[in-house]
Design a protein around this ligand. Structure first.
Ligand code: SF4
Ligand code: SF4
Length: 481
């Protein structure tokens, strides 16, 4: 499961109040390496067992001395008042509660006065029960749980080692979290099986009672060429998936449902940069610690050539600031093809993750992102709404006001396109000709549907109260573009 995103799972806007002695960095810990009780068809991390051929099964369990060294060094290397730990796998709950009780005890032992510790756990949810619930609540863990949608979509690729479906067990785990009032979010991978069901998935996740959602595209290659795995999401379809959910969210759920990509996009639009590494100009501050103390450049680059060293031999902060890691992070920007440098949404996309840059540009240059078509579609589609929300923020008003603006724009659009004998778009039950027909300025202009699907009304300054004009004068937005 790609989860360099985990660190920002719930609180993903940057904390501008903290200064750090060292450049900000985050380490995702894999205390059971790639070992998992599921066998998800798209999981790239299961194959990491081959990097440690001498280990089998629970021999991947992180030893106590490695764990303590990591916790001690990680706390010492951070100067923020809150130190964020993230635990992932494989499946970390395979280690049992006693392992995480030990984690918490070591964190208390090494925590300086005045420093808080926060823990996040990414899990497939199948082993969670009330004992886990009580522990996670008592220690204020944030939990990310992986659900790919309703049963039939989730079970397409997320089966256990015996090829049994996992959905029922995951939902039981989610209910255990909810019974104990644990902060949680849902991580949904978008793949070739579920990409054509955006609204079914979105509404299902909301019905589960979850308010924090992440959508992560599956892009995997069997080899080094451009051929992708059968589970990989088609790029165009992924763009559509995001747009359909965005359209529903922006009309009904801003301020009550939090979708990581949309929050990240608003952060970029309003000049605060990208909290997510994949859309940042450079990267290199989201590292991975394997079970034996080996540190790697990134969750997607757990490869021998990206091993920075071992925390038993080298200081953690030194490896993070090493020449190799700095070059890794800057390489993201330096390797951007010229098609991206000229792109009108580059400020938001930045060529996405280097892992996915295996296409060739129209000029024949290597390094174009496989998901390029998705991000062109998505960022251009959300531009009017992002401009409006940015303007709302600049005016000291909550971005959720956009839901009313959009509903008014939709109504105006429906009125403009209604025929006399149609039911009136107001829903009052009368024919249009006996209801809102002829009301005010709405009928004075011919109907028009913009290419991005928003319709002309979504940009009408009379509808939007001149907020777009304010957005275009916003200096932070100008700089971002
Ligand atoms: S390679 Fe860079 S952008 Fe991609 S996940 Fe890793 S840190 Fe993030
Ligand atoms: S949308 Fe495509 S061309 Fe534009 S920056 Fe992203 S990957 Fe590059």
């Amino acid at each position: 499961m790609p989860t360099s995103e985990l660190s920002s799972a719930r609180r993903w806007l940057p904390d501008a109040t903290t200064g750090r002695r060292f450049p900000s960095f985050h380490v995702l810990a894999k205390p059971v390496g790639p070992i998992c009780n599921l066998n998800c068809r798209y999981c790239y991390y299961l194959a990491k067992e081959q990097i440690y051929p001498e280990r089998k099964g629970m021999a991947f369990r992180m030893q106590s001395e490695v764990l303590e060294e990591f916790i001690r060094q990680y706390i010492a290397s951070q100067s923020a008042p809150v130190v964020n730990f993230a635990w992932q796998g494989g499946e970390p709950t395979l280690l049992g509660l006693d392992f995480f009780e030990h984690v918490v005890a070591l964190q208390r032992k090494h925590r300086p006065t005045g420093v808080q510790i926060a823990n996040a756990l990414q899990t497939n949810g199948t082993l969670l029960d009330d004992r886990w619930g009580a522990f996670l609540k008592a220690n204020d863990f944030l939990v990310g749980i992986s659900i790919d949608g309703p049963e039939e979509l989730h079970d397409r690729f997320r089966a256990d080692k015996g090829d049994h479906p996992s959905h029922a067990k995951v939902i039981a785990g989610l209910r255990a979290l909810q019974r104990h009032g644990i902060d949680h979010n849902i991580l949904t991978t978008v793949n070739s099986a579920n990409v054509t069901y955006p609204l079914e998935i979105y509404r299902y996740l909301k019905d589960l009672g979850s308010r924090y959602l992440q959508f992560i595209p599956i892009v995997e290659r069997p080899g080094r060429g451009p051929r992708v795995s059968p589970e990989t999401v088609p790029a165009q379809a992924y763009g559509e998936f995001l747009c359909r959910i965005f359209d529903e969210w922006v009309r009904h759920d801003v301020g009550s449902v939090f979708i990581q990509l949309f929050d990240n996009t608003l952060s970029i639009w309003s000049g605060m940069g990208s909290p997510l590494c994949v859309f940042a100009e450079t990267c290199g501050d989201a590292l991975v610690l394997e079970h034996n103390g080996d540190l790697y450049s990134c969750d997607h680059f757990v490869l021998p050539e990206h091993r920075l060293g071992n925390i038993g031999e080298l200081p953690l902060a030194g490896m993070v600031n090493s020449r190799a890691q700095v070059a890794f992070g800057i390489g993201k920007s330096e390797s951007l093809p010229s098609q991206c440098r000229r792109c009108d949404v580059r400020f938001a996309c930045n060529g996405e993750c280097p892992k996915n840059r295996f296409l060739t540009t129209a000029d024949g240059e290597p390094g174009l992102n496989y998901l390029c078509a998705a991000y062109l579609r998505f960022y251009r589609h959300v531009r009017p709404a992002m401009d409006t929300m940015t303007a709302l923020l600049a005016a000291g008003r909550p971005p959720r006001e956009i839901t009313h603006i959009m509903q008014e724009a939709d109504f105006a659009h429906a009125i403009r396109n209604a025929r006399p004998n149609d039911p009136c778009p107001c829903g009052g039950g009368l024919k249009f000709k006996r209801c809102h027909h002829g009301d005010g300025f709405l009928k004075t202009r011919p109907p028009r549907q913009a290419e991005d699907g928003w319709g002309d009304d979504a940009r009408d300054p009379r509808t939007l109260g001149h907020l777009h004009n304010r957005a275009s004068r916003n200096p932070r937005r100008d700089r971002a573009v």
